[in-house]
Design a protein around this ligand. Structure first.
Ligand code: NAD
Length: 249
């Protein structure tokens, strides 16, 4: 129950969904946890929220130092903040492409870059990036989003190669469709959200979405010494969906 006792973790996008479930899990297992989010409101007691936009490099740098100053160390980074994009190759402007990549890819680079000197001093250093099965499974109407997550997958492999010898393990989780406010927002834009949710559930291998807690469990595993010896791996949390052909809901 105390896998993370004595460790400090940053969770980006930790005010909602998968990030919030992860922050709660790491905290319940003994970690000091800081959440970086646009609006880090309503976090459970004991979890420190810091207003950070991961596209703002100087704010990220400041926030990482603030965490180390407060807790004395940094051991775990969960790079989880991300935003969606819908459309085929004609569906998004150049500005939209650059905006999504800025959050979903470069945002992770910024946090990792500033965390690196501190992680080098940790005996239990781990970075876990939130990828998605769309990185390799191919999903219609998700060209930009899939490209961003493909980049997260490649980033994970390359970072793992660079840092495993200095004791920093870098891995990623790839959720299938996860039951979070993200999905609620997308469903609520459709004419009949309840029917769309039922269809989405029916399409899943297990007849249901994966939960934020299930994804958090995989992140916690990859962040903990229990997964020692892993680096550059992707752990899918999708009830087997990535082996099937994806269709839009
Ligand atoms: P969510 O919308 O519930 O939470 C995302 C959080 O990220 C929010 O709190 C938001 O404020 C924060 N965020 C967004 N932009 C940010 C920025 N620029 N700086 C700091 N924080 C920012 O979404 P979720 O479903 O929990 O998704 C979390 C991660 O999981 C994302 O990377 C997403 O791509 C990935 N993912 C989600 C699903 C899914 O079906 N929900 C599937 C695969 C992958």
């Amino acid at each position: 129950m105390n896998d993370f006792k004595g460790l400090t973790a940053i969770v980006t996008g930790g005010a909602s969904g998968i990030g919030l479930a992860t922050a709660k899990l790491l905290h319940s297992r003994g970690a000091d946890v800081a959440v970086f989010d646009l609006k880090p409101d309503g976090l459970p007691e004991g979890i420190v929220g810091i207003e950070v936009d991961v596209t703002d490099d100087s704010r990220v740098a400041w926030a990482v130092e603030a965490v180390v100053e407060r807790f004395g160390q940094l051991d775990v980074v969960v790079n989880n903040a991300g935003i969606p994009a819908i459309g085929d190759i004609t569906g998004n402007s150049d500005a939209e492409w650059l905006g999504v990549l800025d959050v979903n890819v470069v945002g992770m680079v910024r946090v990792a870059r500033h965390a690196l000197p501190h992680l080098r001093r940790s005996p239990a250093a781990a970075i876990v990036n939130t990828c998605s099965i769309v990185a390799w499974a191919g999903m219609a109407q998700r060209v930009l989003y899939s490209a961003s997550k493909g980049a997260v997958y490649a980033l994970t492999l390359a970072m793992a190669a660079d840092h495993v010898r200095e004791g920093i393990r870098v891995n990623c989780v790839a959720p299938g469709t996860a039951d979070t406010p993200w999905v609620d927002r997308q469903l609520n834009e459709l004419p009949d959200p309840e029917a769309a949710r039922a269809a989405m559930n029916a399409f899943q291998p297990a007849g249901r979405l994966v939960t934020a807690d299930e994804v958090a469990g995989a992140i916690a595993y990859l962040a903990s010494p229990l997964s020692g010896g892993t680096a550059g791996t992707v752990l899918a949390v999708d009830n087997g969906m990535h082996g099937l052909r994806l269709r839009p809901p």
